[in-house]
Design a protein around this ligand. Structure first.
Ligand code: NAP
Length: 277
């Protein structure tokens, strides 16, 4: 088992002072017993950040795994998200309460708007502001927001999101968005950081991985961490979970980072948020 405590050892500080692990567990497509087992292994290995969403249909299982773990609540960092059909001011409170109940928690560490739904997203955000002010979420943020969506949000609401969770990998290296978020003190969080395995055979990554004696997934995760991006690779496999967390004992040098940066080919595995006007 890893000795690393991914909450205490390796965190980023959000602009409101909250410490967030820089590496966590993604749980999309983890369901039922596989989800309980995966989250349990992950917590035992030292993962402290667990990323879920109402959409994933696994909040109950994650709640069970958390309850059965010996980790105190303050040491965990639990994220969930309000789904598209639950958006709007009043609906968001109901969705939040449902997520809390399924997770058997009294508060979330981070609550996100899952997608920037036109006509609803700003009212949804106003509900998140209230939830944050009530202390039921220690941080609030957005997901799949482009610069345009964030600019609009900032002009119409009061609290700047602490997080923007977006698809991000060397093959979708959204440099402008990263720089924009950094300039607003919005922490970027990368989903599908492993490209769901689609680029594991990339020749540049393979040769860099040999050089550092690490696997391609470890190089992908380390690349994101060195850009100071929170990474949430998903795995339900014990060995993969272990490997994905074993990324703090090496550093990719500047010229190799530059080479990985240049791999961008605008690959999108999930939907393009620009379609939300
Ligand atoms: P990902 O993390 O890029 O890739 C997951 C895939 O890689 C799984 O098939 C997993 O299989 C495999 N894998 C993981 N570690 C591996 C390793 N060391 N070696 C070989 N294969 C490995 O994709 P993702 O699930 O799309 O993204 C991560 C998380 O981001 C999600 O789970 C979810 O929490 C979040 N997300 C958010 C949004 C959003 O709209 N906000 C959208 C998509 C995803 P095994 O399980 O077999 O290891």
């Amino acid at each position: 088992m890893l000795k690393l405590d991914l909450k205490k050892d390796t965190t980023v500080k959000l602009y409101n002072g909250i410490e967030m692990p820089i590496l966590g567990l993604g749980t999309w497509a983890l369901r039922g017993q596989e989800c309980i087992q995966g989250v349990t292994w992950a917590i035992e290995m030292g993962y402290r950040l667990i990323d879920t969403a109402a959409l994933y249909g696994n909040e109950r299982e994650i709640g069970e795994a958390i309850e059965d773990s010996k980790i105190s609540r303050e040491d965990l960092f639990i994220t969930s998200k309000v789904w598209n059909s639950d958006q709007g001011y009043d609906n968001t409170f109901k969705a939040f309460d449902k997520s809390l109940k399924k997770l058997k928690l009294s508060y979330l560490d981070l609550y996100l708007i899952h997608w920037p739904i036109s006509g609803l997203r700003n009212d949804t955000w106003k509900a998140l502001e209230k939830i944050y002010e009530s202390g039921q979420a220690r941080a609030i943020g957005v997901s799949n927001f482009t610069i345009k969506h964030i600019d609009e949000l900032l002009s119409k609401t009061s609290i700047t999101p602490m997080i923007n969770q977006v698809e991000f990998s060397p093959f979708l290296y959204q440099k402008r968005l990263l720089e924009y978020c950094n300039s607003k003190n919005i922490q970027l969080e990368a989903y599908s950081p492993l490209t769901r395995g689609r680029k594991f055979n990339d020749s540049t990554l393979k040769s860099i991985s040999l050089k550092y004696n690490k696997s391609v997934p470890q190089i992908l995760i380390r690349w994101g961490l060195q850009h100071k991006i929170v990474e949430i690779p998903k795995s339900g496999n014990k060995q993969h979970l272990k490997d994905n967390a074993d990324v703090f004992d090496f550093r990719i040098n500047t010229s190799d980072m530059d080479q990985i940066d240049s791999l961008n080919d605008d690959l999108r595995i999930v939907d393009d948020p620009n379609q939300y006007k």
